[in-house]
Design a protein around this ligand. Sequence first.
Ligand SMILES: Cc1cc2nc3c(=O)[nH]c(=O)nc-3n(C[C@H](O)[C@H](O)[C@H](O)COP(=O)(O)OP(=O)(O)OC[C@H]3O[C@@H](n4cnc5c(N)ncnc54)[C@H](O)[C@@H]3O)c2cc1C
Ligand SMILES: *[C@@H]1O[C@H](CO)[C@@H](O)[C@H](O)[C@H]1NC(C)=O
Ligand SMILES: *[C@@H]1O[C@H](CO)[C@@H](O)[C@H](O)[C@H]1NC(C)=O
Ligand SMILES: *[C@@H]1O[C@H](CO)[C@@H](O)[C@H](O)[C@H]1NC(C)=O
Ligand SMILES: *[C@@H]1O[C@H](CO)[C@@H](O)[C@H](O)[C@H]1NC(C)=O
Ligand SMILES: *[C@@H]1O[C@H](CO)[C@@H](O)[C@H](O)[C@H]1NC(C)=O
Length: 539
Amino acid sequence: MGKLANLTVLLLGAVHLGQAASHSPYVQEPLTTPHKRIAIIGAGTGGIGTLRTLVRVLPEELSSGWEVVVFEQRRDIGGVWLPDLNSPRPPELPETPLYGHLRTNGPHPTMTMPHFPFKPYTNLYPHHSLVWQYHQDIVCHWNLSSYFRLNHEVTETRWVGTPEAGRWRVKGQNHGQNESFASDFDHLIVATGHNHYPHEPVILGLDQWKAAAPNRTVVHAIFFRDPADYDNKNVIILGGSGSGRDIANQVVRHANSTYVSLKFEPEDHPQLPFPRLPGLTIKKQIDYFTPHGIVFVDNSTISDVDTVILATGYEYRFPFLTAGGHLDIVSDENEGEEHLTTNLRRLRPLYEHILSLDAAYPLGALYVVGLPIYINSGFNDAALGLFVAYTVAFPHLLASRTELLEHLRADEASQRAAGLDPPYVGHRLVRPGGATVYQDGLVEYLQVRGLAGHPGVPPLGEKFTPPWRTYGMAHGGALRRAWTRVEEAGQGEVRRWLEGVETEEDWADLIARLVEWEQGVEEEEGTSSLLAADEGYVF
Ligand SMILES: Cc1cc2nc3c(=O)[nH]c(=O)nc-3n(C[C@H](O)[C@H](O)[C@H](O)COP(=O)(O)OP(=O)(O)OC[C@H]3O[C@@H](n4cnc5c(N)ncnc54)[C@H](O)[C@@H]3O)c2cc1C
Ligand SMILES: *[C@@H]1O[C@H](CO)[C@@H](O)[C@H](O)[C@H]1NC(C)=O
Ligand SMILES: *[C@@H]1O[C@H](CO)[C@@H](O)[C@H](O)[C@H]1NC(C)=O
Ligand SMILES: *[C@@H]1O[C@H](CO)[C@@H](O)[C@H](O)[C@H]1NC(C)=O
Ligand SMILES: *[C@@H]1O[C@H](CO)[C@@H](O)[C@H](O)[C@H]1NC(C)=O
Ligand SMILES: *[C@@H]1O[C@H](CO)[C@@H](O)[C@H](O)[C@H]1NC(C)=O
């Protein structure tokens, strides 16, 4: 009880949004832990990270009366990092976009949970199987397996109650036993990811082009598995984000001809590997298809393509919320204020991409973790987990719905002032400082409300994100070029760099040494313009 009593004392200093601690209202917490049932949906990085914080980081006195259950529809934990056992064809969707050659797009030390690095000698950009193993290691290290309900697909979540009080009725299918289940919870934490429902843009003439010859295919990147499937094909890849880049990189070694169509100018992104790949032709955005070929916005045309790969991203869909009447799919103009909606690019209204501000249930009844884009998951999920765990423990820490809505509107206003369209920007972290400022802000919310120095939460004045993580993200381009150079020099060189690197500090130091080394090499080579181009580069 000791720690809880301490917390209670500190919480006498709890404050409202933006107010100093000394002006705080008196808030008395009960000294016995209330019984709560908490459901997490999804056992990927987000679900595991939140679970770990709820049951292992929070003081036991706070969580001892809680029952936490993680529903996962697949055979095991790991989310996108758990491979598919079979290769479904459209319209059936794969369980993950993962493909055989996938390696991380960022260096693994920036993707970790706090103080839990990858194993010694792990390649800086590891194969996906090692990322899955990392998730498994977390589950083992913190003894979390008993919380998972595997093969449990949640199909409907419905609030039974009033805006002030009630419970979530969670319904689903236990695929292991082939039976349905239903259970009630106080809090729902949605961690089902956002790389599962392909976004296929409408392009003029595409269907007619496809129908005009029997050997033409249009396929979304979620189905991409093996570049050898594209032997002798003439392929165009739409999209230049992580998956578009990586798929192009592989397909160009197999296809007869390979094109990439980009919305942005490749000259604006000189650090992307596209221009250096022999055999790859970069095209502008597609204007339309004809039965004979493709017309681009610069009026150039090509006619030899037979395969279109849509590396065009994913839609934000949460079918169980929609089935329960809690998430309407709407156009941009009809996004929610009173009730949660999705325009397929974002959920609204959410406080800081995490807390539902829907008026049909109390604040804190529904959290969604893992929505932001342009972040390194893992560490970010640790920050989200803290926000969820401590606000579940101390609901009064959440300001009023009106105040939190005001915060959302202010954020949107500053996006518009910067010439951006919030419904389009969605969960991309476009604010200055990006992921670091975002996750530090969520933890600061707790720090200034009496939780500074409590488990997982740094003392006042100290940021959640250590500077080396921000440095690692900001130098993603240089790190990738450095590591490519190291790998080209052979396995001996790889081992030499990884020698003796064990602790989190060691990995942070390796990152700094690699960036410095690369900067030196590029200055010598006269390619230091690449360094300037790193600015704004994510991963
Ligand atoms: C190809 C690819 C490469 C990537 N590479 C990187 C990288 O290098 N670095 C990086 O930081 N990030 C990368 N990412 C982003 C990656 O998605 C995140 O790193 C992170 O793993 C996402 O975790 P998550 O838990 O939010 O979602 P997911 O991993 O998608 O996990 C969601 C889980 O929820 C389960 N689920 C969904 N619906 C239900 C339901 N109704 N009932 C029960 N369970 C359900 C799913 O089965 C899944 O296991 C990559 C993503 C992809 C697709
Ligand atoms: C792990 O958890 C299980 C189930 O909760 C428990 O029985 C076991 O004692 C735990 N093991 C360790 C080493 O803590
Ligand atoms: C699952 O149960 C349903 C009815 O409850 C039955 O129709 C179906 O055949 C069962 N499937 C399997 C794989 O056992
Ligand atoms: C696809 O079919 C067209 C004619 O319909 C033919 O010209 C072309 O060579 C074929 N491409 C492949 C890869 O088979
Ligand atoms: C191979 O690609 C070239 C263009 O790069 C194209 O002219 C030719 O028709 C293609 N051959 C086949 C068999 O598709
Ligand atoms: C493309 O062609 C159209 C019609 O001929 C013309 O109006 C337009 O200016 C051209 N665009 C470019 C970028 O050349």
